[in-house]
Design a protein around this ligand. Structure first.
Ligand code: 13P
Length: 341
């Protein structure tokens, strides 16, 4: 029986569930491991991810999909079970990061465009064969006095749409991720400036998706929340973040999109949960609003694990706690008092 991408997308944003972004490249996971003085070996990467994927309560109840790096898609648990099977057994959808990173855009100093379209059709067929049913491509937009330019936004939006169309052809749900960064230097922009830029980016992305005939019912949007730069002297309340984010999304994202799964982007663990909750508690939206967090789901688990096999249980419960808190936030049912538990 052929699976429909519309059904996969719906499953990825089912109520109270969200996506675990565990797709750190080998270079990025090194930075995370450095912070806990753990060597970046294949064995350690495998042990760490097995700890997450075997966190049964979190995986069964709070995680609807897992984004993996290519190495992880083909890795196995210590007992020989493929990670893909572990994830599927927990009722979650296996996914794969397919972009090849952001590279300098020659005509636009300080801007990048994400590469990876060449040969993507063949890679997607291979990933489908290995069990992936969704993919992710991240475009990176940063803010300063003159950036982003329209040309920069357009190049990234075009690539996102080309990628999304190829995914759907392969039976794979594209996660379309245009990230307006909160902490790229100088990071001193206001929430109003993030509002303006995120708005322009999303409008352009949906125009390109339309031009490439991408089926909106079979995709997930992964945007940034509308927040001030991390070094802005005015930091806004969760209610203000919710207000700006929902306003921008309502104007730019058609109701046919089943769900929006935010990135955490450098927000603290608590901010990411509080802001998501503020949106779901106060607004009715045509799409599900949930999480696709990397750092905000993993930071406490990494700290508890510290690269030590004796700490697997502690790491797993730290991950489970974050997953549960974010699951409540995705329903607007979280409050700070629940954190203690
Ligand atoms: P963060 O939540 O750590 O921003 O990571 C999400 C992600 O997948 C970035 O591409």
């Amino acid at each position: 029986m052929t699976e429909r991408i519309e059904d996969i997308a719906q499953a990825m944003v089912q109520p109270g569930q969200g996506i675990l972004a565990a797709d750190e490249s080998t270079g990025t996971i090194k930075k995370r491991f450095d912070s806990i003085e753990t060597e970046n070996t294949e064995d350690n990467r495998q042990a760490y991810r097995e700890m997450l994927f075997r966190s049964q309560e979190a995986m069964n109840n709070c995680i609807s999909g897992v984004i993996m790096f290519e190495e992880t898609l083909y890795q196995k648990a210590a007992d020989g079970t493929p990670f893909v099977d572990l994830i599927k057994a927990a009722g979650a959808v296996p996914g794969i990061k397919v972009d090849m990173g952001a590279h300098p855009l020659p005509s636009a100093p300080g801007e990048t465009v994400t590469e990876g379209l060449d040969g993507l059709r063949n890679r997607l067929a291979k990933y489908y064969e290995a069990g992936a049913r969704f993919a992710k491509w991240r475009a990176v937009i940063s803010i300063d006095a003159v950036r982003p330019t329209y040309g920069g936004i357009k190049a990234n939006a075009h690539a996102l749409a080309r990628y999304a169309a190829l995914c759907q052809e392969a039976g794979i749900v594209p996660i379309v991720e245009p990230e307006v960064q909160m902490d790229a230097d100088p990071a001193d922009h206001t929430i109003e400036r993030c509002h303006e830029v995120t708005s322009a980016v999303l409008q352009t992305v949906f125009t390109e998706l339309h031009d490439q005939n991408v089926k909106l019912e079979g995709m997930i949007l992964k945007p940034n929340m509308v927040v001030p730069g991390s070094k802005c002297s005015t930091q806004n309340s969760p209610e203000e973040v919710a207000h700006h984010t929902v306003a921008v999304l309502k104007r730019a994202v058609p109701a046919a999109v089943p769900g929006i799964a935010f990135l955490s982007g450098g927000q603290s663990v608590l901010e990411a949960t509080t802001n998501l909750n503020a949106m779901n508690a106060a607004y009715d939206t045509p799409w599900a609003l949930t999480y696709s967090y990397g750092r905000a789901l993993q930071a406490s688990a990494l700290q508890a694990w510290k690269g030590n096999a004796d700490n697997i249980e502690a790491g797993s419960s730290a991950f489970t706690q974050r997953a549960k808190m974010n699951s409540l936030a995705a329903k607007g049912e979280w409050n700070e008092g629940l954190e203690a538990g």
